[in-house]
Design a protein. Sequence first.
Length: 325
Amino acid sequence: MKTLTVQDLCRGYLRKIRKKSLIVNKAYRYAKHPGIWMERMRLAGDSNFSSDEGATMELLRRDNFHRADAFIDQALLAELMAEASGLLEGAESAPRSKNKNYWAQLLPRNLDANSVFVRFALQERILRFIGAYFGESPFLQDINILASFSTDSDKWQDSQLWHQDYGDSKVLKLWVYLTDVLTPETGPFTYLPGHLSRRVPNPFQRRVSDETMAELGFDKQAVAVTGLKASTFLIDTRRCYHQGSRVLDGHRRVAYVATYVSFASLSGSGNQVSAAIDLRGLPKGKFVVRIVVTTVTGKRFAGKRTYRTCTGRRKGGKHPFAAAA
């Protein structure tokens, strides 16, 4: 086992304090907005599963992992793969993450609500499964396409080491491989099932080395998720220790990842999703735009936004408010 340094101890105590703070603050958010919480619980409870879907749900709860190919909208998946193919062409030249030089994020922070990347994450059947898993209607925290490459480093680092995600009590991620991930050289996502992850002694929530996992006897029980491109799966990265992006020379791994948490999670939102409202060409005046949102259960929420338009500059003339020369 690795000897703990003073720095490790300090980081560990800070993480323990942060974990307790997350629990308290999450409870406070639920207590502050009981109506929202109860409504989200009701929406999740409205899901009626078939016998096959119910069995899938039980496996997801037990293992905190499940292949998602059987209940993915295949038309949306084909559209996602086609749209992502253009991003893959420029993946090699994409700027690497500051803290992870083996990683590049290919999607912009601002996404249009009509983008296939957003629509894929919000498909009805997926939300039903995730809502049932959370026990409440989930919050879509982040959407990204992550490209992983080999580096000159002689040791694994950061998320290439065993770890859990601590942003919430449950953190469910929907993965889609955009490249073939069939061998260890391609850096498959690798996880330790939830019931085994609970037995890993890690009170300070540090990264865990392969040597430590081997000493615990868990190295042979880790599962490498391999598959052809377009393979999909769900994984709770809070409940399962995991690692990945261990890509060797001559290979790369690219994946679409959508992250879901509870509405009371303190994790920040990764993307800004917006729908454009184009008022160009309208006369000067006040316009009221009605916004209607329909949930997967058919419930509708409505709201209004008021906008004021103005006339543009006159061609070839001065602005009407410009001072006379």
